[in-house]
Design a protein around this ligand. Sequence first.
Ligand code: SF4
Ligand code: SF4
Length: 186
Amino acid sequence: MKVDRFVCTGCGVCCRKIVITNDYGTFGLYLEPQETKLFPKWHVEPFWGFGVKGRRRNRPKFVGAYQFTGEQCPYVTKQNECRIYERRPLVCRAYPLSLFFIRDKEGKVHAEMDNRCPVINKRFPEEQIELPHGGLDYLGETAISADLKSTRHFENCVLKSDGYLWLYHFKQQKWQLRAHPSKKVN
Ligand code: SF4
Ligand code: SF4
């Protein structure tokens, strides 16, 4: 029986078209704090943070994640290989999971697939797919564990925060207060 598994064709789209615009804003390559040193600092901006809006505060109290905002990754080779493969960020390990966090009614966290990847687009042509974590034979262990690690980081930040999620719109260079993370972010 043929096993249904994700197989990357090496087209390079995910490393060459980093900036995306979706319902939440415009974003670059997601980076956790310790990953920012991999990229030139003039192309690294905040991604999300937490903190209640103050009378004079239009930004979160602390930043939990960053983004690389260049159009394409500086580490992709002409052959679409990764020059820092062993050190690549979590988001690259999780791909084609997109590391966007969505809670269902029971409070479980889901992540979306990135259907800009031609393989995903062909396999799931209708729309972006939300997949619950765990047991995903299609994507394999590396992607799932990277996504879980990133989700844990997000949830740890939720726990130590006073609750309110902010997203940084790097094109507009401003923070946007999104929602309390116990609610769906939309
Ligand atoms: S770090 Fe590697 S895998 Fe990640 S976007 Fe850059 S070239 Fe692609
Ligand atoms: S977009 Fe999909 S098929 Fe193309 S290199 Fe990235 S993971 Fe592989």
